[in-house]
Design a binder for this molecule. Sequence first.
Ligand code: ZN
Length: 247
Amino acid sequence: MSEALATQIFAHPEALPLRSVESILAAKVLVVAPHPDDECLGCGGAIALLNSCSELRIVVVSNGTMSHPNSRQFPASALQALRESETRAAMSRLGVEPAAIRFLGLPDGAVPTEGAAFDAALAQCCDYLAETEPQLIFLPWRADPHPDHQASWRLMDTALKQLRTAPRRLEYPIWDWDEAQRGNIESQIVAWRLDIHQVVQQKRDAIQLYRSQVSDLINDDPDGFFLSSEMIGHFSQPWEIYFEEIA
Ligand SMILES: [Zn+2]
């Protein structure tokens, strides 16, 4: 996908073809989130639509503790617990049971890309894929500018290559919506939109349950992360953007 194509996609997403959930139905579905909230922002509509007819699971790769690294009220262990509870609440709003969510707990901001830490994380991913056997998998977009998103893609891509039957892959953008950060990749990618109008209000409500990211719940860290209303707006549309590699 060229830079010009990426610019066109995010400037005029309404020009992308719109598909219904029937085009992606699968019995077993896995959603991979680099951080607690990416699954909701990127795929919340797909999750709500597919959950009623699929065995759907969610795996959250990192522990999310770097969103507010200096908070005294929420040190790392408390922040991790808070963010996990937000994921459970948000996913519950979309109909997903807590038991269907797995937290890998890898370090936020340092999802491994090499060495022993990568091998250990890869083993976790391989075990989880063997256990869940997804036919459809949602991955973070491989060229997302956030290093944890790229690293999560790489971990899962490496793990998926070890499966006998490859699931269909859909990749979802998060930080590419921010023009200043947008990444680029030379792959043959097709982009389209999933129609989620039936469940968009549910998705908007679920996003608001990530209170540590969308409100001043944690107010003692000047470096704390805040999901801007502009970013939330990109994920509050009655459609979601997906990228799929052309075989
Ligand atoms: Zn993220």
